[in-house]
Design a protein around this ligand. Structure first.
Ligand code: C2E
Ligand code: MG
Ligand code: MG
Length: 607
């Protein structure tokens, strides 16, 4: 038998029986025990509720109640220590009933001797231990030792039942570690596991002991749902803001650096809160909604906490519906390309067109790429969609050529994910060959994020396509980690200044300075530069003055269907367009266009 002191409670209404039992215990060798005795049902309930004993011996006869009643009650209260029922005489039916109710053994008093008692206790404790092991495996997370999803939901359901009666509120905090995958990828899975354990330890300390907000609530439960997801159940809080206070404290304890080998890493978490009963009346709904709120916190840039709102699920639903439709859009021929002219303001000529995708949705009408390209990038559909766009743009370029339109290149937007396809170079060369256009007539617009991946594989592909004769331009320049110096490492032909800078060049000095710097650096690197989103004459004047001659924007033309491009180009060839004419008149009459009296850089010539 175990060396440790066994705490035993005997519930028996007969003091003589207590004395007999005590004497029997003293005969058992090698067992240190502390036997406590209570004589009534009520007292037993009180003492057993404190959970202070390793084993219970209950007499069947307890005044008006029975030991079986007590057994039933304590088991349903969650008692986890073994209970042995004692009776005056042998009763087979009672024996079965006791075991079914949860007793670990059933002993007839007249038959008990020290050996039997010792054996019964030893077996009961042993059985209890293996039950505990199984329980731990089923309900606890092996890595952190925290309750798992099953136990969390179990407890949550219990607390909800309790709250239905008491009318109090409960909050669930759903936490997810930000960028955990990156940590795993960088430091390895063992280190990632170590980090999760450390996070669990810090939060466990906070939820159980350290924090007064969290500590007030006795039924708090902290669980690991899986991966890098944790949940905290806050029961009986006064208001939803209390949950936010806990989230704040969590951010504080997590913000201290974690040791990873000999490095320190900083970790943040995003969390969502769902509150019972407003955000759901069952454990599934509450967990799902807290999860949606957490997801929303991620979308807002991570490292923050959000309360659940119904609109979040509507949004998730909406995006799911859109995703389903998008899967069918290609087959159903619902995608099309518009083309936006790019103008050289020196001579007013169209120097190229950018292909911009549109989705003619059967019910929603024309859907903007801003609404479905990010979705397609997330679910991988951008690969077939992007290939379709590339082929369609090349074919269209061929049709214009055959119709006698002046030979201008077509630019096609390429997402990062497309570059990650092993056969990307082949896809490009197939599109060129099948359409029969020259590689010089195709420009691929890539984003800074593609370059930032900077893997050997992507760099190789960039060289493969440019070696074919295709040109590359950097789209939305300035919105990423723009470092012009790395442009030198890649075979880049042009950069496009993002719309967001052009928008305020005439009103925001910071944007003006950025645009000016981009233009002068691009010029010194001998890169072509195109300004996107030019909407006003003032913007055009500014760009011209600073030496940016190529522009694209609503001031000249919105993106147009393919058949309108032909006419647009023809018209533009014959005149430089109204906008440019106005500026040209300024130049011709010698009027300073912006009244600054400064050197105007690239001059607009007579057209
Ligand atoms: P982007 O490549 O930077 O394209 C320029 C966007 O600016 C286009 O929006 C264009 O309509 C808009 N724009 C042009 N001039 C002006 C202007 O003067 N004012 C304003 N406010 N906007 C102007 P669009 O067509 O909605 O496309 C949005 C984005 O969707 C594109 O940005 C591009 O990143 C992406 N996209 C479009 N087509 C494709 C495609 O075929 N493949 C991929 N991967 N992405 C695409
Ligand atoms: Mg573009
Ligand atoms: Mg752009």
């Amino acid at each position: 038998m175990d060396e440790k002191l066994l705490r035993i409670l005997l519930v028996d209404d007969d003091e003589d029986d207590y004395i007999i039992t005590r004497d029997l215990f003293s005969e058992i060798k090698g067992m240190e025990f502390d036997l406590q005795w209570v004589a009534t049902y009520d007292e037993a309930m009180k003492v057993m509720g404190q959970n202070n004993h390793d084993i219970y011996l209950l007499d069947y006869r307890l005044g008006e109640k029975t030991g079986l009643d007590l057994l039933q009650q304590t088991i349903s209260n969650g008692c986890r220590s073994p209970i042995i029922l004692l009776t005056g005489q042998s009763d087979h039916e009672l024996d079965i009933k006791a075991l079914k109710t949860g007793a670990s053994d059933y002993l007839v008093k007249s038959e008990i001797n020290a050996d039997l008692l010792e054996r019964s206790i030893r077996y009961s404790l042993e059985r209890k231990r293996s039950e505990d092991d199984m329980y731990r495996m089923a309900y606890y997370d092996a890595l952190t030792g925290l309750p798992n999803r099953l136990l969390f939901q179990d407890r949550l359901n219990q607390v909800i039942k309790h709250s239905e009666r008491e009318k109090n509120i409960i909050a669930i905090l759903f936490l997810d570690v930000d960028n955990f995958k990156r940590i795993n990828d960088t430091f390895g899975h063992t280190a990632g596991d170590g980090l999760l354990k450390e996070i669990a330890a810090r939060l466990g300390h906070l939820v159980r002991k350290g924090d007064s907000v969290a500590r007030q609530h006795l039924d708090n439960m902290f669980a690991r749902l899986g991966g890098d997801e944790f949940t905290i159940l806050l029961s009986d809080i006064h208001n939803a803001e209390d949950a936010l206070k806990v989230a704040d404290r969590i951010n504080q304890v997590i913000s201290k650096p974690f040791a990873m080998g000999n490095q320190e890493v900083f970790v943040t978490v995003s969390s969502g809160i769902a509150v019972y009963p407003n955000d759901g009346d069952n454990s599934d709904a509450l967990l799902k909604n807290a999860d949606s709120a957490m997801y929303y916190a991620k979308e807002l840039g991570k490292n923050n906490c959000q309360f659940y709102m119904q609109s979040m699920n509507e949004r998730a639903f909406e995006s799911l519906a859109l995703e389903n439709d998008l899967r069918k859009a290609l087959e159903n021929d619902e995608l099309l390309l518009y083309y936006q002219p790019q103008i050289d303001i020196i001579n007013g000529k169209v120097i190229g067109v950018e292909a911009l995708i549109r989705w003619q949705h059967p019910e929603r009408g024309m859907v903007s790429p801003a609404d479905f390209i990010p979705l397609a990038e997330k679910n991988g559909l951008i690969k077939p969609i992007g290939e379709w766009a590339l082929r369609t743009a090349c074919n269209q370029r061929r049709i214009w050529q055959d119709a006698g339109m002046s030979p201008i290149p077509v630019s096609v937007n390429i997402a990062s994910l497309q570059f990650q396809q092993s056969n990307f170079t082949q896809i490009v060369s197939n599109a060129l060959n099948d359409s029969g256009i020259s590689s010089a007539d195709l420009i691929l617009e890539i984003t800074e994020s593609t370059l930032m991946k900077n893997t050997e594989d992507i760099t190789n592909k960039l060289y493969e396509v440019t070696n074919m004769g295709v040109q590359l331009s950097i789209d939305d320049f300035g919105t990423g980690y723009s470092s012009l110096s790395y442009l030198k490492r890649f075979p880049i032909h042009a950069i496009k200044i993002d719309y967001s800078f052009v928008k305020e060049i005439t009103t925001n000095p910071d944007d003006a300075a950025i645009v000016e710097a981009i233009i002068s650096m691009a010029n010194s690197l001998k890169l072509e530069i195109i300004a996107e989103g030019v909407e006003t004459e003032e913007q055009l004047q500014f760009l011209r003055k600073k030496g940016c001659a190529l522009v694209q924007g609503f001031l000249f033309s919105r993106p147009l269907p393919a058949y309108e491009i032909y006419d647009y180009c023809k018209k533009q060839e014959n005149s430089c367009g109204d906008v440019l004419s106005a500026i040209c008149i300024d130049v011709k009459t010698g009027t300073d266009p912006d009244g600054s009296g400064e050197d105007h850089g690239t001059e607009i010539h007579d057209i």
